[in-house]
Every structure is written in structure tokens, then in C-alpha cells.
Design a protein around this ligand. Structure first.
Ligand code: ACO
Length: 319
């Protein structure tokens, strides 16, 4: 088996929807400001008793069903999350227990909004080296739990959800090329700096973001990595059927699409109804486009994400 390939996809969104109008009753903002600056209209919010692992399990079950794979066939679980159920064990271990898979490797990947592309590239490496045969790759987040609901600069941007794929060993080409990057010198523009020390939370436990700095960084980094990934794969822009980007801001998405010469009709956008779900946004968008028939088997797809760290990456695949 010389390749890894996506065998199935799944996703889950919590029931409760929070609209911009509802948010405007809590903080000094407006639907007009949020839509014009970001493209977001509403987002899903997890119930108080729903944990990241609960969202992850719902998405994972849907992906396994879609792939025609049973839990006992899974030999590795990778969860990309920045909002784990607890400090440790990893959310992947909790997901493993909830899915009733007794014997498989399980670990989390922390690369914030780039987490899913990091996790997918990691799963690909494990499959190509023969360590694993079928890997559950999940992006799951409850971002609304780390927001300061009095900070209008951040609380309007994020939502909760989970998406998953089953990646399996294959004779047919699937993942063509992945490229990951990080630059820790920019950690201060996007972080949640709190630590547990002396039995207490020390520092600010809420997401902090210098929006304009992240925006500027994201536009350049995403265009560069998308171009390099295509070039390294020996593919031309015109051979790309779909772009499935991290869903943070519609203006960033439009700028990357323009750089790749892709019309917006070939870009999957779920941001208006979901907001930024961090590591979950790419698999949520991918699953939506697979299920509604836009992304078809045999098509060439670019996934790309950027998040705190800063971290960013792209995965080019044949579906
Ligand atoms: N409602 C009304 N006014 C607001 C709001 C709001 N929700 N938020 C900010 N403002 C105000 C500010 O107070 C400011 O007013 P002032 O000039 O009087 O101080 C003004 O609007 C402009 O604020 P900016 O922050 O400069 O607004 P900007 O146009 O840059 O948009 C945004 C902000 C949407 C956050 C944008 O910068 C952005 O999308 N950045 C990138 C985010 C991103 O890509 N994140 C990805 C990674 S996320 C992760 O890894 C977890």
C-alpha cells in the first residue's frame, strides 16, 4: 500500500444557534459590523454538558459509517483540538473510550486552527510508514468556552463543532502532498496564555487576538503555502477542483482563492452559519461539500489552515 486515502467523512454541530442579533444584545456590536468584517451570520454553541470529546465522537461515528468501517478496524485516533476536555489525558484517549475501541494508538495534536491539516499530515505519515492502517482524524472544538463574552473583538468570531475523516491505506493515490509550517515568534498575536499553577489558573484564560496582525499574516502565509504545495506536487493551479480553507474570515478566503485563480464557486465556505470553529472548520466544510455532492471522488482538493503559534499548512489530495 503506497498511499493513504480518505475513506469517509463526518461532522457534528451542536443544536443551539447563536445569531449576530442575539450577540448584539450581549455586547456592543451589530449584525452589520460582523457580516461586513467577517462574513459570519451565526454560530453553533455546545450545551453546558457537551464536551469536545462528545462532539468528536458524533463526527467520528458519522465518518466511520460513511467509510463503511467499524470501530474495531481503527488502529489510531488523532484529535486536533485547542479546547481539550482536560489538561490530560488527551481528548483522543477519551474519544477512544467513548467509541469502545480498546486497542489503538490515540493522541492529540495542538496547532489551533491549523490542527486538522497537521493531524491529517501526521496520519498520512503513520500510514505510509506502516505503523497504522486506518486512522480516525478528528478536528473538534468548544471555542465558545474560552471566549471573553465581554470582548466584542473576539466573542463574535468563534463557534463550536467537530468534523472527522477516516484515512486508510490504499493502492490508489489519495493524499498527494502536505506542507506544514510554524513561526513561534508570532505567538503573542493569537493565544490563550493561562496556565495551571499552585492549584489555580494563572494568567488570562480567554482567547486573545490581535485581529489585524493575524489577518495580515494569514493572507500572505496561506497564499504562499498553497502555491508551494501545488508546485511541489507538480500540479498547475488549473488542475485544482476545490479549495477547502480554514473558515476564519471570508476576506482571507477570497484573497487565497484569488491568488490560486479559483472562482469562489469552487471554494467551500461554511463560515456564515458556523463562524470560526478552529481545528473543526476544515473537516466540517469538507464533509458538507462531500455530502451535498459538490466534492466528488477523483477530484483534486486543497485543504489549508492557519492558527495560533503561528502555525499553518496545506494538504493536497485526490478524493
Ligand atoms: N463590533 C463592533 N465593532 C467592533 C467589533 C465588533 N464585534 N470588534 C471590533 N470592533 C471595532 C474595534 O473596537 C475598532 O474600533 P476603534 O477603531 O474605535 O478601536 C474597529 O472595530 C476596528 O477594529 P479592528 O480589530 O481593526 O477590525 P478589523 O477590520 O481588523 O476586523 C477581525 C477584525 C474581523 C478580527 C479581522 O482582523 C480578522 O478577521 N482577523 C483575522 C482572524 C483570523 O484569521 N483568525 C484565524 C486564526 S484563529 C485561531 O487560530 C484560533
Amino acid at each position: 500500500m503506497a498511499y493513504s486515502r480518505i475513506l469517509g467523512t463526518g461532522s457534528y454541530l451542536p443544536e443551539t444557534v447563536l445569531t449576530n442579533a442575539q450577540l448584539a444584545e450581549r455586547v456592543d456590536t451589530s449584525d452589520e459590523w460582523i457580516v461586513s468584517r467577517t462574513g459570519i451570520h451565526s454560530r453553533h454553541v455546545a450545551a453546558d454538558n457537551e464536551l469536545t470529546s462528545d462532539l468528536a465522537v458524533r463526527a467520528a461515528r458519522a465518518a466511520m459509517q460513511n467509510a463503511g468501517v467499524t470501530p474495531d478496524e481503527i488502529d489510531m485516533i488523532i484529535v486536533a483540538t485547542t479546547t481539550p476536555d482536560m489538561q490530560f489525558p488527551s481528548t483522543a484517549c477519551i474519544v477512544q473510550e467513548k467509541l469502545g475501541i480498546p486497542n489503538c494508538a490515540a493522541f492529540d495534536v495542538q496547532a489551533v486552527c491549523a490542527g486538522f491539516v497537521y493531524a491529517l499530515a501526521t496520519a498520512n505519515g503513520h500510514i505510509l510508514s506502516g505503523v497504522a492502517n486506518k486512522v480516525l482524524v478528528i478536528g473538534a472544538e468548544v471555542m465558545t468556552r474560552i471566549l471573553d463574552w465581554e470582548d466584542r473583538r473576539t466573542c463574535v468570531l468563534f463557534g463550536d463543532g467537530a468534523g472527522a475523516v477516516v484515512l486508510g491505506a490504499s493502492d490508489e493515490p489519495g493524499l498527494i502532498r502536505s506542507k506544514l509550517a510554524a513561526d513561534g515568534r508570532h505567538q503573542h498575536i493569537l493565544n490563550t496564555p493561562a496556565q495551571i499553577a499552585g492549584g489555580k489558573i494563572q494568567g488570562i484564560p480567554y482567547l486573545h487576538m490581535d485581529g489585524p496582525a493575524v489577518f495580515k499574516f494569514a493572507v500572505k502565509a496561506l497564499s504562499d503555502i498553497a502555491t508551494k504545495t501545488l508546485a511541489e506536487a507538480g500540479l498547475d493551479k488549473s488542475e485544482l477542483d476545490w479549495l477547502v480553507p480554514h473558515q476564519a474570515n471570508v476576506r482571507i478566503i477570497e484573497s487565497t482563492a484569488k491568488h490560486l485563480g479559483l472562482p469562489m464557486e469552487r471554494v467551500v465556505v461554511t463560515l456564515p452559519e458556523q463562524g470560526n470553529t478552529s481545528a473543526a472548520s476544515i473537516p466540517l466544510a469538507f464533509d458538507a461539500a462531500v455530502r451535498d455532492g459538490r466534492i466528488k471522488r477523483g477530484q483534486t482538493v486543497m485543504l489549508e489552515g492557519i492558527g495560533g503559534g503561528m502555525t499553518w499548512g496545506a494538504v493536497l489530495l485526490r478524493f
